[in-house]
Design a protein around this ligand. Sequence first.
Ligand code: TTP
Ligand code: MG
Length: 366
Amino acid sequence: MDKRVIVHVDMDAFFASVEQMDNPKLKGKPVIVGGSGPRGVVSTCSYEARKYGIHSAMPMYIARQLCPEGIFLPVRYERYVEVSKIVFQILHSITYRVEAVSIDEAYLDISDIDDDPVHIVNIIKKRVKESTGLTLSAGISYNKFLAKTASEWNKPNGLMVITEDMVPEILKPLPISKVYGIGSKSIERLNQIGIYTIEQLLRLTEEEMIYFFGKYGIEIYNRIRGHDDRPVCTQRETKSIGRETTFDSDTMDKTFLKKVLSEFAEELANSLMEESLYAKTVTVKIKNQDFKTHTKSKTLKRYINSYKEIKEAAFEILDDYNIEQGIRLIGLSLSNFTDVRYEQLSIFEWEKQLKSQKEETNGTKE
Ligand code: TTP
Ligand code: MG
């Protein structure tokens, strides 16, 4: 197999950075985001606060003791989701091969993009900075484990490449906790026999690895030697997405039903865009006065993702439906997905576009 090009990106001090962006007075200050109750813990804190020894999962009262002058803020999860969506849209504009690991972390497989990976990552960083004001750290390598190791290398705002010739030397000093697949129980057992670093772990034989890690032994044995075949999973768990509503009173009014369907179509189109998916099957669900449910589906010749196309397919289904009694509920759903690229601009086109946007903005300011 040809060597892959895998990128791992992770936003820096994510929740705290969003707070600092939304309130610039907080920039450069120790900001701690977390639970406010008596048993609240730190979700995260700004790099300024990390200097005081504060970190995620630490009880808030300890953080207050360590840094009384710190700015302690509650978690505004919805706001972070909003920002996360913008970041993921940028990632999806580069490739559809994006695996979301968490709200602020993703893997990208850019093996099929014929461009310098560092250039691509710099474009991602630049775009994220321009759209959200935030920085991220990125790692580039030929598998997931090494890409993640690289992104953690020089946070914040880091960019690190791990090439084959750097392995395993670069991994040797790292603590065993950095190896994906080694849980806290195994760490404890290994520490007990004096193994703390990857360098020490590299001395174990395959049999010994199996003894410590069971069926994952060989996987971990290979991983610390720079072999990791885990794919970047873009596969959707989602089999269908849909919206439905029950009316206060039953209706036979087609114009009204179409209005409801077009609202649903708009929401569903947005969801597809966010996840860079296309759908091929459109289904309208109707529950009648007599509580009988009818579902009518239409599988199209091609994959669609726009509001207009979804709406038109939904209207066609409704037009074919003979309304004989009052309708209690109507729903619209999409299934049969593919994650083909959606109108992906090449990186160069995209840079051109950014440049012209900038010129336009500059122009209007003058
Ligand atoms: P992380 O990426 O682990 O942390 P971070 O982005 O704050 O900092 P870093 O620069 O080291 O990447 O987690 C992302 C967000 O998830 C983080 O901003 C807050 C949230 N989070 C919790 O709520 N609890 C936790 O224990 C951790 C680790 C994270
Ligand atoms: Mg992060």
